[in-house]
Write a protein that binds this ligand. Sequence first.
Ligand SMILES: [Cu+2]
Length: 483
Amino acid sequence: MKKVVVIITLFLFSYSFSQSIRKNFIELTASEKSELQNALYVLRDINGDGVADLDPDDDDLILDLATFHSDFFRFAGNNDLELDIHFNLANQINIQIFFGWHRYQMFELEQALQDVNPKISLAYWNSSIDNDLITLQNSLFGPDLLEPFDTDWALGRNLASGTNALPTLAELVSIQSMTDFANSNFPNDGGYSNQLERQSPHTGAHIWTGGFMPTTASPADPVFYFHHSWVDKLWAEWETANPGSSSFIIQSMIRYDGTYVFNGQTLPLINPNNIINTRSLGVFYADSGLAELDNYSVSNDHNPVENFYYQYTIEAGNSFTIPNSKVCEIESVNMIILEPGFTAESGASFLAKIDTYSDINTSARDATIQNRYNPFDFEGDVIDGVYEKEYIDKLDSDDVKNFIKTQLYPNPFKSKFTLTFNTRIDNCLIEIFDTSGRQILRKSFPNTSIIIIENLDYLSSGNYILKVTSDQGVVLNTKILKI
Ligand SMILES: [Cu+2]
């Protein structure tokens, strides 16, 4: 069914940039696939001056994003004064930026795609449902979408790597039903952000795809952006179900700290707290044939025309506003419904359009530079296996001793001292050794955050070693002085 619902103003521009309606990749039209392919190839050489640039990183955005992601994957280790992108420990909530960082990374890439073709958006891969290898090979990884990159960029994919890597619906539901965004219940919880990052809804597609995807340089494979758009959608749905729950302690992010320069442009400083709602970036997620545009005010902050394209049904209303002097275009093949709460104010420019073609985005089919052989040349270390459970568990357990904060007082001590922990710890074992390594004292406590060791008058004065262990590993190993 095709019907024109409304055309309020016809406005013609020599160019325009799209805001985005991100849809499931299975809804991409033939021309959108072609345009996405084309734009992704263009981003390897934005200036179009050939691949042999003096510094090949200068205008290769895919390489730049992959290199950055790899270099800062977890470069700061357990240092909670420095930022990195991935696998901060559960109670390092002060530096947790997983969701915020990847949301802005998706946006940076999408804006660059729209500089090539303003009428395309990223699409998402729901890896919890699309577990059928044949379907995936024919569609997402098919020749008309992501397959050519495997050869052209030497990605080395090995689809269906890892047993049961992709998430089941039950796993997904279990994580999405968490209610705490971040907490310090280490090591078993850490909240929604920590759990989603460490479990199959995030790690599954990385492991399953093989090639670059299981490495720190995963953004080298374009499927990374389809995968992380879905992770981003999951967070958006979680925030809708738990309004006001997402928050970040840090106020800026690496790469997006106002100093990073790519291809002559300084990237903005982004406070992750300002992008908790995808509408702050003009991003909407469509699902199963419906895109709902609501609670949004067209700003033209990023784009001189905000264009929303979706070939199925678009509903705009419920506080969707186009203020005076702002410019917006909504286009569908099937139907556009303007609902209560849709406002185009006096002085606004608005065009609602039903495309007369059966395939949207017919304006700029120029997919001319496919099949360009351009393998990646990474400087620095690319580490494999970083999304495997064993790898993540080892990071967590290696770092646990730096993680439980302890206080010991007084030290030096006379007859007693007190130990406090910033969290309750299980099966705490206190041992005191003399300097020759002989065990002087041994006491255990089942679950506690404070321990008092007293009646130590019998010890002769001098140095001793105090060792505190728990189920989580060594908590403290330090010298104490008896006076
Ligand atoms: Cu990542």
